[in-house]
Design a protein around this ligand. Structure first.
Ligand SMILES: [Zn+2]
Length: 380
């Protein structure tokens, strides 16, 4: 174990875990990465938007551009007393390294840096350019991070061709799942207006619960789609409904509800909104609907990037990865719309956001080799 602890990638990972970078605080992680990158010939630029620190680093000006992306921020540890060891004190037990961010996603960042150091030592004159887009706003509001950096790059007409996101995509073993897209996420905030009244005189009131019930039933019964080759069927879930004033003899004057769609590429947010509003409009209901779009669905088409990532996984882990679009949203939603092929490959995600988050030391070393192999396959 002791010699693996001193592996450069594990050493760098420990330095990152020690920095208490609770979202959106970067806590100096990006400076540490930029230092290493500058020594490799990267031009490093800090893009500060409000309280969010972002790093854009690029080596070379040629096309195509292979970009590694990720985040230095972590979710809060929760009650530190619940942890078996300090959440920001990297702790080794057997093959495991414990610490907040060890899996999500400081091991991805450490693996990228070491993979680049190893690759550039052998191939300083590779094809194309290499870039890194690192934010400290992935676990938080995600407004001043990757979204703004992408807008800035677009303003400069700086284009990324391929992006490898180091999010923990693996489920049971390293490389078993590679994400090649994500479902979209669209939330509706609903208000239904009625007239409050005495429960014994319903003819003098207008109960918004009664108005909403058939609409809700129809929303539940609607088969939104059957999914497609890469996406599961679109799902509609109600997350909150409230009405009532707390008195047993009063019917409410207003109802509020919140629901969410996780949707496939069979829809855009516009077509989905239109469909939902047409269902409401077909009923006799006085409503107001506000929408929040977290991200459109995206899908990377089969091509050189997916092939190279699959081959690197096969060579290192001896398995064919499942190409999936499952899971929540990721910053890939902000990168893909610029016409970028985005793939996510990272360590096992079983402990992310939990107490005693950990990563396998063996996996981090193997992930480094996978990233290095991807760069070789893409840029040589
Ligand atoms: Zn993450």
């Amino acid at each position: 174990m002791s010699e693996r602890k001193s592996e450069p990638v594990i050493d760098l990972l420990c330095s990152l875990v020690r920095r208490v970078s609770i979202t959106p605080d970067d806590a100096g992680c990006q400076l540490l990465l930029a230092d290493r990158l500058a020594q490799l010939g990267f031009e490093c630029e800090t893009l500060q938007f409000n309280d969010v620190t972002n790093l854009w680093a690029r080596r070379g000006t040629a096309s195509p551009v292979l970009c590694f992306a990720g985040h230095t921020d972590v979710v809060p540890p929760g009650n530190e007393a619940d942890w078996s060891s300090g959440p920001f004190e990297p702790t080794f037990i057997g093959d495991r390294l414990y610490g907040r961010g060890s899996a999500d996603m400081k091991s991805g960042l450490a693996a990228m840096i070491i993979a680049l150091e190893n690759f550039l030592a052998e191939h300083p004159n590779h094809d194309g350019s290499i870039a890194l887009l690192i934010t400290s706003d992935e676990e938080g509001r995600a407004r001043d991070g990757t979204l703004k950096v992408m807008a800035e790059l677009q303003k400069r007409e700086e284009h990324i061709d391929w992006c490898v996101l180091g999010e923990p995509s693996s489920q049971r073993q390293l490389g078993d799942i590679v994400r090649i897209g994500r479902r979209g996420s669209l939330s509706g905030m609903l208000t239904v207006r009625g007239v409050q009244g005495h429960v014994a005189y319903p003819q003098l009131a207008d109960n918004p619960i009664r108005r909403f019930a058939p609409v809700l039933a129809e929303l539940h019964q609607t088969a939104w789609d059957d999914g497609n080759e890469f996406f599961p069927p679109t799902s509609f879930q109600v997350v909150d409904v409230r009405a009532g004033i707390g008195a047993p003899n009063v019917t409410p004057g207003e109802l509020s509800a919140r629901f969410n769609f996780r949707y496939s590429t069979e829809w855009t947010h516009e077509s989905l909104k239109e469909k939902v509003e047409s269902i409401f409009d077909a009923h006799d209901i006085d409503y107001e609907l506000n929408w929040h779009l977290s991200g459109e669905p995206f899908l990377t088409k089969h091509g050189k990037l997916i092939e190279s990532v699959s081959q690197a996984v096969l060579e290192q882990a001896g398995l064919e990865p499942e190409l999936s679009t499952g899971g929540g949203t990721s910053d890939g939603r902000f990168i893909s719309p610029a016409g970028v092929d985005v793939v996510e490959l990272g360590p096992v995600n079983a402990s992310i956001h939990k107490v005693d988050e950990h990563v396998s030391v063996t996996d981090v070393i193997a992930l480094t080799k996978m990233y290095q192999r991807i760069i070789e396959l893409m840029l040589l």
